[in-house]
Design a protein around this ligand. Structure first.
Ligand code: ADP
Ligand code: MG
Length: 644
């Protein structure tokens, strides 16, 4: 038998290697940007079309290449950055493996224009699937420009594997941000489909962070600085109150290279211990400088994971440094997460003059009233001064009323749970009579205090239990409703329905509300703009860094807007789905989740009644939009049995 082993042709070997280096358009962006940085550029321009699937171009004003190098750079293991294995431990450059361009050229159409500053003429190379199509002398500007088109043109399986443009763009933005944050001494621009997403002038690190993440970032940053023998730490952490629900803005740079490290991340979170609300993540931008010989970068093809010589010491120093910064900037002591978020002043109130409250004392106020059935704390407040009136989101506007349109439907439902509430209007009587029985005893106690209130107890149809459940008598016994899940269901159906209406009513804000987001979040908002408008949002502006809101849906209160949108963006982090119905479902779920009354919230009788009525007006009252049970029933017989 003849020998079967043979060397793979170069273009096949390159294609295989490309699999490691180039997973998606963002990988190409990373490699080209890093090459431009290594070439000493002071200005780098990134142009991308269709999230990089169609075109990626990186133009720099770096040192350029001569005509031999312009051809050589596409060879595998061709690099100008190291020549000996020992050099691996003295790295000052981003690249060193000499495989990026070879890999990219193997799976795309690549055009290179480059010129060294000292030369009159430059070189123009066209290469497709590792084959050089042409190379000629050309008149081109100083520096280098790589144009990469039709990525994965010769590997359809790879191409099909790519995600939606939005997801791919998110990855491209991520890579761009990482390089841009590591090199504040370089000017960057980034244009996507003709629109400028970023324009970052040379600036200090703080300003660079602000330019990347938007104007409001500055006030969130707490500086971090420490110099020890093994490491120099510089950078910023965001104040704990700005911690995000998504793990967005977390950056480690080691010797100007973005890296991922679960271990160091842990050190940072440990420093924040006790300062963060549950489910939130701190933002940080940390720059570590270490002697190149104390780290190993060459353990991963994309070089985002590295090995440290003395990881434990690094952990301890990092943790202590951040703790110190948080303490020094007086962040820790002033925090009080117990505070009621209802008290947060909405943006629009900022800067407006405060009015001194006048206190109206109710001479007939009896603190023991609340002990009696049927009376409510809220009721007491109504009679007196309520300092929170203006800021507190109105619960009833949170969609209890929104559930109304569904109420009629229950009449048409056959069998099942519906029989519980058969003809709810005439059921009222039944409920009332059963309530009469139930309250017989309490009525006597009640009358000890106040005859009038005990009267109202007779009409009470439901009880709130543990600020979590609503217990409501029905013909055959009682139902126990989970208030939060039920409200989620009501809101969910309300919002789903609102998408079928052309334009929902909107409440105009007294003062326009400006909110600030990252470029990617703005991209997300733009792609659901139509849906938001349909729900009742009215925008004056959605630019690259802020939105200005003029009107909001009637079911959302002004102080809830920023939370609702933040939650929504968080839920859509992975991109907006293509299918409109799926988008509607996601938005409705997100809003239902953010706006539904929380467990632990006191509900007035009216609010309880609204939940009960609206829930049973829903298409699918048994479960929350997240598939959880909303209510259970208990038959009289079952209760009777317990007393046997
Ligand atoms: P590496 O960056 O690991 O050396 P690459 O395949 O990315 O490998 O690049 C190969 C070589 O091409 C580099 O070592 C460098 O000499 C040259 N090169 C690549 N991009 C540029 C650029 N933008 N300007 C000047 N030279 C470049
Ligand atoms: Mg490189």
């Amino acid at each position: 038998m003849s020998s079967v082993i043979r060397l793979l042709p170069d273009h096949v070997a390159n294609q295989i290697a490309a699999g490691e280096v180039v997973q998606r358009p963002a990988s190409v962006v990373k490699e080209l940007l890093e090459n431009a940085v290594d070439a000493g550029a002071t200005s780098i321009k990134l142009v991308v079309k269709d999230a990089g699937k169609t075109l990626i171009q990186v133009t720099d004003n770096g040192k350029g290449m001569n005509e031999v190098d312009a051809r050589m750079c596409f060879e595998r293991h061709a690099t100008s950055k190291i020549s000996l294995a020992e050099d691996l431990f003295q790295l000052q450059t981003k690249g060193f493996r000499g495989e990026a361009l070879a890999s990219i050229a193997a799976i795309a159409h690549v055009e290179l224009k480059t010129k060294e500053h000292e030369n009159q003429l430059g070189t123009h190379v066209i290469i497709e699937g590792s084959k050089v199509v042409s190379q000629e002398v050309a008149v081109v500007p100083d520096g280098t420009s790589f144009l990469v088109k039709n990525l994965f043109f010769n590997i359809p399986a790879r191409r099909n594997f790519l995600k939606s443009d939005q997801v791919e763009l998110r990855h491209v933005i991520d890579e761009f941000e990482r390089v841009a944050l590591a090199h504040n001494d370089i000017q960057f621009t980034f244009i996507h489909n003709g629109a400028e997403l970023f324009n970052l002038p040379v600036s200090n690190i703080r300003q660079r962070i602000v330019n990347v993440f938007g104007g409001k970032t500055n006030e969130k940053l707490v500086p971090v600085q420490e110099t020890t023998e093994i490491v120099e730490i510089y950078g910023f952490v965001a104040k704990p109150e700005f911690a995000k629900k998504s793990r967005g803005e977390q950056f480690f740079f080691v010797n100007d290279r973005f890296i991922k490290s679960g271990y160091l991340h842990h050190a940072v979170t440990a420093a924040f211990e006790g300062l963060l609300k549950d489910g939130t993540h701190p933002s940080y931008f940390l720059y570590l400088n270490l002697p190149p010989n104390s780290i190993d970068i060459n353990i991963h093809p994309t070089k985002t994971e590295i090995k440290f010589d003395d990881e434990q010491a690094l952990y301890a120093i990092l943790r202590a440094t951040i703790k110190h910064s948080l303490g020094q900037f007086n962040v820790a002591p002033v925090l009080d997460f117990q505070k009621d978020s209802d008290l947060d002043v909405p943006y629009s109130y900022e800067g407006t003059k405060s009015v001194e409250p006048t206190v109206a004392v109710d001479p007939f106020f009896n603190p023991f009233d609340s002990m009696k059935p049927g009376s409510s704390l809220a009721g007491q407040m109504d009679s007196g001064f309520n300092p929170f009136e203006n800021v507190k989101p109105k619960m009833s506007s949170g969609g209890f009323s929104g559930g109304k349109p569904f109420q009629d439907k229950k009449q048409h439902k056959p069998g099942g749970w519906e029989t519980l509430y058969e003809g709810i209007s005439d059921a009222k009587e039944i409920i009332l009579t059963s309530a009469n029985h139930q309250f017989d005893e309490e009525e006597i106690t009640g009358s000890l205090f106040d005859d009038e209130t005990s009267q109202t107890a007779n009409y009470q149809q439901s009880y709130q239990f543990q600020k979590k459940y609503i217990i409501s008598p029905i013909k055959s016994g009682m139902i126990i409703i989970d208030q939060r899940r039920a409200h989620q269901r009501i809101l969910y159906e309300h919002y789903i329905k609102s998408f079928t209406v052309k334009q929902n009513s909107s409440q105009q804000l007294l003062f326009p509300l400006s909110l600030y987001y990252t470029v990617y979040e703005m991209e997300l908002l733009r792609s659901i703009e139509q849906q938001l408008i349909q729900m009742g949002f009215l925008f004056q502006e959605i630019s690259n860094e802020k939105i200005v809101i003029l009107g909001i849906p009637v079911s959302v209160s002004e102080s809830e807007v920023s939370i609702v949108l933040e939650d929504l963006l968080n839920d859509l982090q992975d991109g907006v789905p293509n299918d409109v119905d799926v988008v509607h479902d996601r938005i409705a779920k997100s809003l239902a989740q953010s706006l539904a009354v929380k467990t632990g919230t006191y509900l007035t009788d009216k609010e309880q009644e609204n939940i009960v009525n609206s829930l049973f007006g829903c298409e699918d009252p048994q479960t929350s939009p997240f598939g959880k049970t909303t209510f259970i029933t208990m038959k009289v017989e079952d209760i009777d049995k317990k007393f046997m």
